[in-house]
Design a protein around this ligand. Structure first.
Ligand SMILES: Cc1cc2nc3c(=O)[nH]c(=O)nc-3n(C[C@H](O)[C@H](O)[C@H](O)COP(=O)(O)OP(=O)(O)OC[C@H]3O[C@@H](n4cnc5c(N)ncnc54)[C@H](O)[C@@H]3O)c2cc1C
Length: 314
């Protein structure tokens, strides 16, 4: 049983078909595959973000549209939100990550919308629809999700402010950061580095510049829509099931064979870190998540030295 029909889970299910002696069930709450790396495009109406599972899953894979709520490792059974339970021999845990807003930021949960899940994107798309084109939009998060979202909306002529926390594109080289900053500036995105959002209001954000106590501290900027792109959450299925994880719930502790759960941890790590750093430039043409998640997490040395990308990704 593969739990989670995202990039990792879909590829895992298809790969398992190479073995004739397994029955494969893929469980996902949504009836269609959600291509998360396109969500910002879907929000801006410049691209699609869903694909029929029928076009992705090989013959013989049973798709169960349901949400796993508990993995009972003793009984080798997965309980579903619908109330039904399904037996398994092996489980692939590929539930990805969730959208989140930090409880420590007042108003974030009530007034900011994350962009990490399809339902979030639906809310954002609907809200944007109602907004006049010149209404101020704030994107919180200077990482790749925030940058891509700000860029997409700026190309639509939206008035976008990108609040970066510390630095714009912190995982990039200095030259990469300069390139992104120039592009954003040409598209009239206001980029605020060294400033965080300390409060979200219905029509504004309050800024905090951290320990330096500079000019941004306490500044209130109008924001008709605030998009939270400053981090992902972790699904609670593992913890709800009593599986042992690290304190941040991102990794499984070494799996006890007696628990009869086999977990391919690469799926978690590959999908969150490796794919981002290596392939963000070419993601529009070829989503890298599937390849990386399905295979082993690659090393830097595997990259094409000339283009600094994965050899097969472009
Ligand atoms: C806007 C945006 C842009 C991005 N752009 C890029 C990019 O350009 N390049 C890049 O490499 N990465 C990008 N990412 C990150 C990328 O989307 C993730 O790294 C990737 O989706 C992780 O793949 P996954 O298969 O592990 O998880 P997911 O794709 O999240 O799939 C998890 C699946 O599990 C299902 N699920 C969850 N809980 C349960 C449950 N209890 N029971 C059953 N099913 C469940 C979900 O419905 C989902 O279908 C972007 C992310 C966002 C939000």
């Amino acid at each position: 049983m593969v739990i989670g029909g995202g990039y990792a889970g879909t590829i895992a299910a298809n790969r398992l078909r190479m073995r004739a002696d397994v029955d494969i069930t893929l469980v996902d709450p949504r009836p269609t595959f959600v291509e998360r790396i396109r969500l910002h495009q879907w929000v801006a109406r410049t691209g699609d973000a869903t694909t029929d599972y029928g076009t992705l899953l090989g013959d013989g894979i049973e798709l169960v549209v349901d949400s796993a709520t508990l993995i009972d490792t003793a009984a080798r059974r997965v309980r579903m939100a619908s109330g039904r339970s399904l037996d398994y021999d092996y489980v692939v845990y590929a539930v990805g990550s969730t959208g989140t807003t930090p409880p420590s930021v007042p108003g974030a949960a009530a007034f900011a919308v994350p962009l990490a899940e399809f339902e979030d994107a639906e809310r954002l798309r609907a809200k944007l629809e109602e907004l006049p084109r010149d209404a101020p939009v704030t994107v919180v998060g200077g990482g790749l999700t925030g940058i891509e979202t700000a860029a997409e909306l700026a190309e639509q002529g939206r008035a976008v402010t990108l609040v970066c926390g510390r630095t714009l594109a912190p995982t990039f080289s200095a030259a990469g950061r300069r390139y992104i900053a120039t592009w954003l500036s040409r598209h009239r995105v206001v980029v605020l580095e060294g400033a965080s959002v300390s409060e979200v209001r219905q029509d504004a954000v309050v800024l905090d510049d951290g320990p330096t106590d500079g000019p941004a501290d306490g500044a209130v900027r109008p924001s008709a829509l605030t998009i939270w792109a400053a981090g992902f959450g972790v699904p609670d299925l593992a913890v709800a099931s009593g599986l042992r994880t690290d304190p941040r719930r991102r990794r499984f502790e070494p799996v006890d064979a007696a628990e009869s759960v086999r977990i391919t941890e690469q799926f978690m790590t590959a999908a969150t870190t490796v794919t981002w750093r290596a392939c963000s430039r070419c993601s529009r043409r070829t989503p890298p998540g599937p390849r990386t998640a399905a295979a082993r997490p690659r090393r830097r040395a595997d990259r094409c030295p000339a283009r600094r990308r994965w050899p097969r990704s472009c």
